[in-house]
Design a protein around this ligand. Structure first.
Ligand code: UP5
Ligand code: MG
Length: 189
């Protein structure tokens, strides 16, 4: 039986997680892109019972309880076909609670690696404040909180993947295509 394979994509807000995942799925048909943030935004907009909680966490740059996020990821993986795919799980796991819940609730999917898009804060800030897609968390006040959460909660998870020998760090500064080529080389795509 073929288990689904998972690549987690982590990096600060604006490190290019969504941009690079889109390039991967546009180029390689066996990949599926699951953005935890997008799934949460869709759940919030569709009037889910967790909607208010999601909205509050996003505006505070804090992390939604894992039970909600892992549930959405699991449903999406089942919808796309649990087997035979390689899932790019973008923006998750962001803290210890996320990490532990994933391995408790979803023990089967094989985690190939965690791809870490490494980018300095000043570039992250420029990219996020330059994005004009109407995201309610793209303002300097919320962005400062997102960066703090990233440093305090998500960077320790990135170190955890490194200690497990599962981290692939990519220099995520430069133009989009250069970074994509670095990812292709690192993943042997
Ligand atoms: N851009 C991208 N690459 C560029 C490059 N090389 N050069 C120049 N510009 C570049 O890119 C951001 C912007 O930069 C875009 O305008 C792009 O064109 C440009 P993008 O690819 O969107 O970066 P990404 O890393 O995806 O940034 P995003 O803002 O999505 O990251 P976050 O991690 O902050 O957002 P996410 O949607 O994952 O999460 C939002 C919130 O949801 C979190 O703060 C949290 O409250 C909640 N959340 C959870 O609670 N749990 C989760 O598991 C996930 C999210
Ligand atoms: Mg994104």
């Amino acid at each position: 039986m073929a288990f689904p394979r998972v690549i987690f994509i982590l990096g600060g807000p604006g490190s290019g997680k969504g941009t690079q995942c889109k390039k991967i799925i546009d180029t390689f048909s066996d990949f599926v892109h699951l953005s935890a943030g997008e799934l949460l935004r869709d759940a919030k907009n569709s009037g889910s019972t967790a909607g208010e909680l999601i909205q509050k966490c996003m505006m505070e740059g804090s992390i939604v309880p894992a039970e909600v996020t892992v549930g959405l990821l699991k449903d999406a993986m089942i919808k796309f076909g649990w087997e035979k795919k390689r899932f790019l799980v973008d923006g998750f796991p962001r803290n210890d609670e996320n990490y532990n819940a994933w391995f408790r609730i979803l023990p089967d999917p094989y985690v190939e690696c965690c791809l870490f898009l490494n980018c300095e804060d000043d570039i992250l800030v420029k990219r996020i404040l330059g994005r004009a897609e109407g995201r309610s968390d793209d303002n300097i006040e919320t962005l400062t909180k997102r960066l703090n959460t990233y440093r305090d909660s998500t960077q320790p998870i990135i170190r955890r993947f490194a200690e497990a020998g599962k981290l692939i760090a990519i220099d995520a500064e430069g133009d989009v295509d250069t970074i994509f080529n670095r990812i292709r080389a690192a993943l042997s795509l």
